[in-house]
Design a protein around this ligand. Structure first.
Ligand code: RBF
Ligand code: MG
Length: 331
């Protein structure tokens, strides 16, 4: 998988089919767009690409606003690779791009830059200065410039709701990770480097690997049943995680503390992927170590119960990533 940071392609890479959008989350609505672009690329026998903006335009328009990212660029490229996408063009969203008229975006980026054969966008795609460009206008310009366009209708949940990043963000903020997973078509995943903690967890009998959320959206604070993998392609471990301030110990900045149930060893410095499966309870202030320890033991048991359905015991896990990009089973 190639990730390019600018749209001016050399001759040999021109002529592909591109899905265009922000695609934060790569949720099931995005999947409809990306799978359609893959189908057209296959039909035409040309490369299948994705054109996106990085950082997300919202970070440009609202610097210092609350973190909202559902998927990192690294995670996105891993998922897109598994879907057969050949190339990601992630162009920096800056003042120049924000001020580009929709028509100029089509001419400069799509026609001159990518030399694309065909663009695929969602029904609600908008682009260009003041977001004045839309799917209808893209169609008109494509006719003049001689490339194809497909506009993909809204993908709708069984309940009748349109899949959307905002509904998925709301589900996570409200402590409904299973609802988020239904929208995403996979468990919501946070990826990060394990940082050195205070080793207080080990003294409690529940060592934790600690991550900061960074640009990721902050889901409801509290205790979760999670799955965690130490490396891409590595086995999944069951775990329980606390996302919060640790009020029992005087509080602090929000940390994701992951305790793996059947793992021993130092995780410091490792890349951890953490998938959120179920919300177990809110974080509480305990009046002593013993009551906190008893509660964490109960959390581990609750997580085992929940995860027994989604992950076989360690050792019979099979290839780690088989269910990775598929719908969560039984949800
Ligand atoms: N700390 C709290 O102050 N209140 C809690 O309710 C709480 N729940 C936790 C649940 C789990 C499963 C884990 C692993 C940790 C929890 N902690 C909680 C955080 C605990 O205080 C922390 O891991 C240690 O202090 C080490 O930093
Ligand atoms: Mg959308």
């Amino acid at each position: 998988m190639e990730v390019l940071r600018q749209p001016n392609l050399p001759e040999e890479l021109r002529g592909g089919v591109y899905a265009i959008g922000n695609f934060d989350g790569l949720h099931r609505g995005h999947q409809a767009v990306i799978f359609e672009s893959g189908r057209v690329a296959g039909e035409l026998g040309v490369a299948h690409g994705l054109l996106t903006f990085e950082p997300h335009p919202r970070s440009y328009f609202r610097p210092g606003g609350p973190a909202f990212r559902l998927t990192s660029l690294a995670r996105k490229s891993a998922v897109l690779e598994s879907w057969g996408v050949d190339r990601i063009i992630a162009i920096p969203f800056d003042a120049a791009l924000a001020g580009t008229l929709a028509q100029d975006f089509v001419l400069d980026v799509l026609v001159k830059g990518l030399g694309l054969r065909h663009a695929v966008v969602g029904y609600d795609f908008t682009f260009g200065q003041h977001r004045r460009g839309n799917a209808a206008m893209l169609n008109q310009m494509a006719e003049m410039e001689g490339f194809g366009v497909s506009i993909v209708e809204a993908a709708v949940e069984p309940g009748g709701e349109t899949y959307s990043s905002s509904a998925i963000r709301r589900a996570l903020r409200e402590g409904r990770p299973r609802d988020a997973a239904r929208g995403l078509g996979r468990w919501w995943c946070v990826e990060g480097t394990v940082r050195r903690g205070e080793a207080r967890g080990a003294k409690l009998g529940f060592p934790t690997a600690n991550l900061e959320l960074g640009d990721y959206l902050e889901p409801a604070l509290g205790v979760y049943a999670v799955k965690a993998a130490l490396e891409s392609g590595g086995p999944w471990f069951r775990g329980v995680a606390n996302l919060g301030h640790r009020p029992t110990f005087g509080g602090g900045g929000v940390l994701l503390e992951v305790h793996l149930l059947d793992f021993e060893g130092d995780l410091y410095g490792k890349e951890l992927q953490v998938e959120f499966v179920d919300y177990l309870r809110p974080e509480k202030k305990f009046d002593g170590l013993d009551s906190l320890k008893a509660q964490i033991a109960a959390d581990c048991e609750a997580a085992r119960q929940v995860l027994a359905k989604s992950l076989p015991p360690r050792g019979d896990g099979g290839p780690a990533r088989s269910e990775d990009h598929a719908l969560p089973a039984g949800s």
